[in-house]
Design a protein around this ligand. Structure first.
Ligand code: NZQ
Ligand code: ZN
Length: 387
């Protein structure tokens, strides 16, 4: 196990009706907020009305910025920064999924930065940001307690990330009931992303990480079990609650303590969602199995352990490879059962821009840690996914 520091500062408020606490959570920070949300799901579910009532009753002024899209765009981030400056905003409340929260984080980071906010995405250190809090409506990205924000620049369709402890939300309200309204496909995309966050951390070459190996395995097993329950019973509170808490646990860095995560599949996927505007989770259900097929020989014992413990694959003592290939098949079958794609064609990608995507991804090469990926490796993974 490697040395580590672990410090996650986001206060989690979890459970039924917790969105009603929104005013008391904001009060210590301000009485003037930017209310940032997406394409309108919060209006359909009544969450918007409930928040407005709570804020108004508590005397908290709010300016609205709707319209954060899945794969949130830089254009709206710039608009948000200008709006916050004009309206003297000093706190952002993000209500929605990872896209809304990431958009809010980018606004928060850009608010104090003197240059254009996109410059921060090339690695300039973030020295200050507006504080923000969130009400989460889809378990998936883990942005509710992560220090990351991923934004798409419409100019050139680059999807890039920023990282700073200043971007970790001050609080995150998680009411599983707010996820009952998710369409089955969005639920499945969230499950795929949560699983990917766990698997990115699992596949490490750091030795003797038994505790975190087993915590990741248990979290994955719980996610898979409860995803199948939710598929048939979308209003099952208990199953929704397990998935929602797992989504936070999967990405709050506890499960990366003492180990080095891979993150190659995420970087390879980001080109897909930037180029084709597909859901991140759907891109991952295509890329992750392809990545596994490409890299398992790097440390096959880790894959054997994974598929034996998480997917119950019997170990074939004559062939590690057969064990692993059976495991990858079971992972793909699970994704299919959830209604997710596992090939580029199933994702709706019918033209061939694999070379272009590999070139763009390789600008940040090498990607990943389990196996360092260069341009030709990245291309080969797209190729495996394109069957
Ligand atoms: O926009 P609205 O109308 O709200 O609809 C959303 C959106 O269309 C809908 N939705 C959300 N909650 C709902 C709901 N519909 C009905 N009922 C509800 N309760 O779901 C759609 C997808 O929302 P989105 O926020 O895009 O999903 P997700 O949370 O999966 O976020 C994806 C983004 O997060 C980034 C991804 O790259 C992607 O851009 N990520 C962020 C990370 C981070 N900040 O740490 C890490 C992740 O690996 C990921 O890269
Ligand atoms: Zn992800």
């Amino acid at each position: 196990m490697n040395n580590f520091q672990f410090h996650n500062t986001t206060k989690i408020i979890f459970g039924k009706g917790t969105e009603l606490q929104i005013a008391e959570e904001i009060k210590p920070f301000t009485n003037r907020v930017l209310l940032h949300y997406g394409g309108g799901s919060i209006k359909k579910t009544g969450l918007y009305d409930s928040i407005c009532t709570s804020l108004t009753k508590a005397g908290i002024d709010f300016i609205e910025l709707p319209g954060a899209m899945p794969n949130p765009r830089l254009g709206l981030v710039r608009e948000g920064i200008a709006l916050c400056k004009k309206e003297h905003i000093d706190f952002i409340l993000a209500v929605g999924g990872g896209s809304v929260i990431d958009s809010a984080k980018a606004i928060a980071a850009g608010f104090y930065y003197e240059g254009d906010v996109w410059e921060l995405f090339s690695g300039i250190e973030i020295k200050k940001a507006l504080p923000l809090g969130c009400i989460l409506t889809i378990p998936a990205a883990g942005s509710e307690s992560s220090p990351h924000s991923v934004v798409t620049n419409e100019k050139g369709w680059y999807k890039r990330a920023i990282h700073s402890s200043f971007l970790a939300p001050k609080f995150a309200i998680l009411n599983p009931e707010l996820t009952f309204s998710l369409p089955a496909f969005q639920t499945a995309c969230g499950v795929s992303d949560i699983m990917a966050h766990l698997m990115e951390r699992y596949f490490t070459k750091v030795q003797k990480v038994d505790l975190t190996d087993r915590l990741i395995e248990a979290t994955l097993k719980s996610v898979i079990r409860n995803a199948l329950i939710v598929k048939d019973n979308p209003d099952d509170y208990d199953a929704r609650a397990e998935i929602m808490w797992a989504g936070t646990i999967a990405h709050n860095d506890l499960l990366e303590t003492g180990r080095v995560g891979d993150w190659g599949s995420h970087d390879v996927e980001h080109e897909l969602s930037a180029m084709y505007d597909v859901a991140h989770g759907a891109g991952l259900s295509v890329i992750f199995p392809a990545w596994m097929k490409y890299v398992y020989n790097e440390h096959i014992a880790k894959f054997v352990q994974f598929f034996n413990r998480v997917f119950g694959v019997e170990i074939d003592i004559d062939s590690d490879e057969r064990t692993v290939l059976e495991g990858i098949k079971r992972l793909e079958n699970f994704f299919r059962e959830m209604g997710l794609p596992v090939t580029l064609k199933e994702l709706g990608v019918t033209d061939d821009r694999k070379g272009e995507m590999a070139d763009k991804a390789a600008e940040a090469a090498p990607l990943g840690n389990f196996k360092k990926l260069f341009r030709d490796d990245i291309y080969a993974i797209y190729q495996i996914a394109d069957i």
